[in-house]
Design a protein around this ligand. Structure first.
Ligand code: ADP
Length: 495
């Protein structure tokens, strides 16, 4: 028996169904597919393979719920519901974290640490239930006219979620919908759906009314595409790749859906010679290696000022070699596997390209063997002598691969940092407030961290520019995306 067999929660295993209108239903087609544990490459459950017919049923349930009793819930009732959901997920968080680790490989030490993030995210949304407002607007009309401004829930939201952090990723959509009175059809990623399905069970138990949150599992080009092109979905919240985003943008044209797109990045992380290297080396390294590099904000272009290049790279190599990699169930493990064979092939392809284009492989560069050979484990990898025009510095790898690029001065590094089609995030490591200010102002990206990397607060929010997408996630602006505006001109003297 493996560790997986002995520690699996009862939820993992068997066949899972879609959630529609509070009922668990098999696919109309009857089809299923396997989902596997990337640490062992063994199937751990079967998922319903949803298609257009299933999405249509789920959207109908979401619409029915949106227009029914749920539309009469008061902000206080919705706030209380989110707090119930919070308590329910907190109570079951260890189980949810274990499911996440078994399903997508992230080390349990890290997934358990997400409890605080989960809690803050839901508490933030619980504080936002008064966002549907009615206010009197000033106007320049004759005095008998009153103008009112309303903000009302937009309707049915399709949430297309990626596999790299489904447990937390779904909460931005669920939280905003519960806060505003919208309803949701979630489409988890085919590689990691289980934590979302278990969360859905817990939401029902916490009192979320049937049809408010629905889940359709399946493949992107089938269930995902059907959701993106459904005429009765008002908005899509998508996190994933730029290639898929292009298809969603095109599909959304059918009814001109509103979109929120959080896409990839090739974020610059910049280390100046005056930085505190005790902080900068592990900080910049984990800015890429966290979740085995499968993080959209990964600071994968690591710009290091030439004066400290040698010392920095030596310390980065040492740090990279010191990381404990393995099955995430082991509490000592810091890095888990990549999600799938497809992802392993993709990372391997980029490492080959790096070698061929003339970058120097300083550490790592291959799949791990021995006890880890059956899973999709990849070594923490550092390339030096990278030029910003090489493929490994231009395309998102989504793996534990750092490209170290040397630079001399501020102007040069700002120019190089911005020489990318993406604009998601960036980092600066320096003791100089002036340098930090100049560089963070100069970089075109949605989030900049100074002397830290990867911190996220749901109340502050998060988003990108350029090809990293649009629409803010978290913060008041996120809530606005779940609402539409209406003005009313009222003639108060109809006689
Ligand atoms: P990756 O390539 O890293 O898996 P994707 O962008 O393909 O990233 O996946 C993110 C989410 O988008 C997943 O839930 C996936 O199923 C979904 N998806 C993939 N293709 C499509 C599509 N054509 N339309 C809608 N959703 C899709």
């Amino acid at each position: 028996m493996t560790a997986t067999d002995t520690t699996s929660p009862a939820f993992v295993g068997g066949s899972k169904r879609h959630l529609m209108g509070g009922q668990w239903r098999a696919s109309v087609s009857g089809l299923e597919f396997d989902t596997e544990n990337p640490s062992t490459a063994r199937a751990i459950a079967r998922l319903a393979r949803g298609g257009a017919a299933d999405v249509d049923l789920a959207v109908k349930e979401a619409r029915r719920a949106f227009e029914g009793e749920w539309s009469r819930w008061t902000p206080y009732q919705r706030q209380r519901l989110i707090l119930h959901v919070h308590d329910q997920l907190e109570k079951h968080f260890d189980e949810l974290a274990l499911i996440e680790t078994l399903d997508m490989g992230a080390p349990l030490a890290g997934t358990k640490g997400l409890k605080d993030r989960m809690s803050k995210t839901l508490l933030f949304y619980a504080s936002q239930t008064n966002a549907c407002t009615t206010e009197t607007l000033s106007n320049s009309l004759p005095g008998t006219y009153m103008t009112l401004g309303h903000k009302a829930p937009i309707g049915v939201v399709g949430g297309i979620v990626p596999w790299n952090a489904p447990l937390i990723g779904q909460l931005w959509i669920i939280g905003a919908a519960l806060a505003t009175g919208c309803t949701v059809v979630l489409k988890p990623a085919e590689d990691a759906s289980l934590s979302i399905l278990r969360t859905a069970e817990l939401l029902l138990e916490a009192g979320v009314p049937p049809g408010v949150i629905n889940v359709v599992t399946g493949y992107g080009p089938e269930a995902g595409a059907a959701l993106a092109e459904h005429r009765d979905v008002d908005r899509i919240a998508f996190t994933g790749s730029i290639e898929t985003a292009r298809q969603i943008v095109a599909a959304s044209a059918v009814n001109v859906k509103r979109l929120q797109l959080e896409l990839g990045g090739k974020s610059p992380d910049i280390v100046f010679a005056d930085a505190n290297l005790d902080l900068a080396v592990p900080g910049a390294a984990m800015g890429v290696y966290t979740n085995s590099g499968q993080v959209c904000v990964a600071g994968s272009r690591l710009f290091v000022q030439r004066a400290i290049q040698r010392e920095f790279v030596d310390r980065l190599k040492e740090f990279s070699r010191s990381l404990r990699i393995g099955n995430g169930l082991d509490p000592q493990v810091q890095l888990g596997p990549l999600i799938s064979q497809r992802q392993l092939d993709r990372v391997t392809k980029y490492v080959d390209l790096g070698n061929r284009e003339g970058a120097r492989l300083a550490v790592g560069g291959g799949r791990l063997g021995g006890d880890l050979a059956q899973g999709y484990f990849f070594e923490p990898t550092v390339f030096t002598d990278v030029r910003n025009d090489m493929t490994i510095a231009r395309e998102e790898i989504f793996g534990p691969v750092i490209s170290v690029i040397p630079f001399d001065d501020i102007d040069e590094v700002i120019r190089l940092a911005n020489d990318t089609p993406y604009g998601l995030a960036g980092g600066v490591w320096t003791r100089s407030a002036a340098t930090a200010h100049l560089v963070s102002r100069g970089i075109k990206a949605g989030t900049i961290w100074v002397n830290s990397y990867g911190l996220l607060d749901p109340a502050v929010g998060f988003g990108g520019c350029k090809m990293s997408g649009y629409g803010w996630k978290g913060g008041a602006e996120h809530i606005e995306g779940f609402l539409y505006r209406k003005v009313v001109y009222m003639n108060l003297t109809p006689d």
